[in-house]
Design a binder for this molecule. Structure first.
Ligand code: SAH
Length: 345
């Protein structure tokens, strides 16, 4: 392995960039595509195993890139089909989670090491922010976990550490490779990107006409409540996001998913239900209710009965709303619990 730490990660390049790399190396353009297919279609990252490449070209690859090896530094299982994997990308520590449900193998991946948002209820914002991940570092989480799982990954959700839309280019670049027929060839409806509501990048997402699912972390439709939970409300008020999405829905028919953490006595009143229904109908949105995964002095979990009652209230008005069971809580792998620390507890 090459130990020059300033080299790019071998999974960072797009197909076009591989074509350019091959041409730049005095090789035929198709050599670039061969490398790309080894990496993203066959998911073989060891350059020595890329048998159809000339030896000299393989040597050049070794000198030019970091091979994804040894980034998995810890692996915890809860015995219920949930696994948390800690990666160390040249000092940047991130976690990703594997969730298995029957035939479904979902990987929840991180786009940043830590998170620069500081949402009141989420642990990730409480640890040191170490920066953005590259396309390759994002993809490596999926490919390494696929190897550990011994099964093809069926779904990818960008809901781990970080705000995907604060690292827009690497997020979208990685999702394109997951979706690419020459790459992992995962259907776009199996790829979901979640944002706390970064409006300029939501706009860009629609302008680029991207096919992936978009999830929006809502948590309250009342500005005064939401701003207490999430600083982003100050920059891009939810109302302006909903207006924009409503316009897009009229134009494109593309809906979104609302994520909504249920917090006792805070965002679960009849008026909250009415606001959810109104917005969901306007945008043709589906709603996922998530139980609060840990408590603070101010924020308390709702009971199962309260959650079910609230969900029924919303559903009864004709909105698709689900209570997402919390998975991975036992190993601190549930929503909002990723912090890349305390692995040996
Ligand atoms: N920054 C992006 C991507 C992270 S997704 C976003 O905010 O959408 C992680 C999801 O877990 C978000 O919907 C987040 O609001 C939710 N979450 C965070 N802390 C949580 C907690 N303590 N309990 C339940 N869900 C939580």
């Amino acid at each position: 392995m090459n130990l020059n730490h300033n080299l790019p990660h071998i999974l960072d390049l797009t197909l076009d960039q591989w074509h350019d790399f091959a041409l730049g190396a005095g090789e035929k353009k198709f050599r670039g595509e061969q490398v790309y297919r080894w990496l993203h279609d066959k998911r073989v990252a060891k350059i020595d195993q890329m048998q159809n490449l000339p030896a000299g070209f393989r040597e050049l690859l070794k000198q030019s890139f970091i091979e994804p090896a040894g980034a998995v530094v810890a692996h915890t299982k809860d015995g219920l089909g949930n696994e948390k994997i800690l990666f160390d990308f040249r000092g940047k520590k991130v976690e990703a989670v594997l969730l298995t449900n029957g035939e479904r193998y979902t990987v929840c991946i991180s786009t940043q090491a830590g998170c620069s948002l500081d949402c009141e209820f989420c642990c990730t914002g409480k640890v040191e922010f170490q920066g953005n991940l590259s396309i390759g570092e994002i993809l490596e989480q999926v490919y390494q976990i696929e190897k550990l799982a011994g099964n093809r990954i069926t779904n990818v959700v960008y809901m781990g550490m970080g705000e995907p839309f604060y690292n827009y280019d690497a997020t979208i670049g990685s999702a394109m490779i997951l979706h690419d027929t020459l790459g992992m060839n995962l259907a776009a409806r199996r790829i979901t990107i979640s944002t706390a509501g970064v409006l300029p990048k939501i706009r860009r997402f629609f302008e680029q006409n991207l096919p992936f699912n978009l999830a929006l972390s809502v948590h309250s439709f009342k500005p005064r409540v939401r701003v207490e939970l999430m600083d982003v409300e100050k920059f891009w008020p939810l109302e302006s996001i909903i207006d924009y999405l409503a316009g897009q829905y009229r134009l494109t028919g593309k809906g979104v998913t609302f994520e909504y953490v249920l917090i006792k006595d805070l965002n679960m009143g009849d008026d909250d239900a009415a606001l959810i229904v109104k917005a969901a109908k306007k945008l043709h949105a589906k709603v996922n209710f998530i139980p609060l995964n840990f408590e603070t002095d101010k924020l308390k979990k709702a009971s199962k009965e309260e959650m079910e009652k609230f969900q029924r209230e919303v559903t009864s008005k004709g909105v698709l709303a689900f209570n997402r069971m919390s998975q991975g809580e036992k190993i601190q792998a549930a929503c909002g619990m990723l912090r890349a620390e305390h692995h040996d507890r």
